[in-house]
Design a protein around this ligand. Structure first.
Ligand code: SAM
Length: 216
């Protein structure tokens, strides 16, 4: 297995380059995942945190009654998101912050849903970031993750593994396994995998809903 050195500095450098062109490249490809994440989050409640908000492509899809907070490591991506919010008058977006998913600067139990669209595979310590998401989530809330989440099986798994070092250079990850998220939920014991949904294109991306179990 190839060793990939991931770091906040690497992600910041890569996404500084992506910021000016990101929407043109990704808007269509990720639209189904973006819409699905926003709809599922709004079904849980009004107060939503989006981790790795990027240029804000998901923001217009949240219903207007929601109160959305976004964070991202890259000030260049967040600047694009701020432009979008101002241009489109997205009044349901409460605030956008430069922040690291490993250290969320929010009080415990602040949000009904925490979304991670197309970011979990890029975070150096995804379990710690998920623990942070769990901490800021209300009891009974949901963490909703969308990404390229493979199972590592067969020829596709082998190819994903082989190209991982290449795609890492452009801020992608091909070899992240969905089992890592499922195992995280199992280990904690207070989350269950409520659903795994395949989205465009042809199930290449997946959305996974992690529901917090309320204490009896
Ligand atoms: C592929 S983009 C996805 C952006 C947006 N969620 C979307 O779906 O269009 C990944 C984003 O995650 C951000 N990111 C990477 N590592 C992060 C971390 N540790 N904490 C917060 N954001 C991070 C990057 O800066 C980038 O904006």
């Amino acid at each position: 297995m190839a060793v990939i050195r991931n770091s906040a500095e690497h992600q910041q450098k890569v996404y500084e380059r992506w910021a000016p062109v990101y929407d043109r490249v990704y808007r269509g490809l990720l639209r189904d995942g973006h819409r699905t994440v926003a709809r599922l989050a709004a079904e849980v409640g009004r107060d939503i945190l989006e981790v790795g908000v990027g240029t804000g492509l998901v923001l217009p899809y949240y219903p207007k009654h929601c109160r959305v907070t976004g964070i991202d490591l890259s000030e260049h991506m967040i600047a694009k998101a701020r432009e979008k919010v101002a241009r489109a008058g997205l009044a349901h977006v409460q605030s956008l912050h430069v922040m690291d998913a490993h250290n969320l600067e929010f009080a415990d139990r602040s949000f009904d849903a925490v979304c991670l669209p197309f970011v979990i595979t890029l975070i150096p310590d995804p379990e710690r970031a998920l623990d942070e998401c769990a901490r800021v989530l209300h009891s009974g809330g949901e963490i909703i993750v969308a990404s390229k989440l493979g199972d590592g099986r067969g020829l596709q798994g082998a190819i994903e593994e082989a190209v991982a070092p290449l795609v890492h250079r452009v801020g992608w990850s091909s070899s992240f396994r969905i089992a890592r998220i499922v195992e995280w939920a199992k280990r904690r014991g207070d989350f269950e995998v409520a659903e795994i949904r395949r989205v465009f294109p042809n199930g290449f991306f997946k959305v996974i809903r992690l529901k917090h179990r309320m204490a009896a």
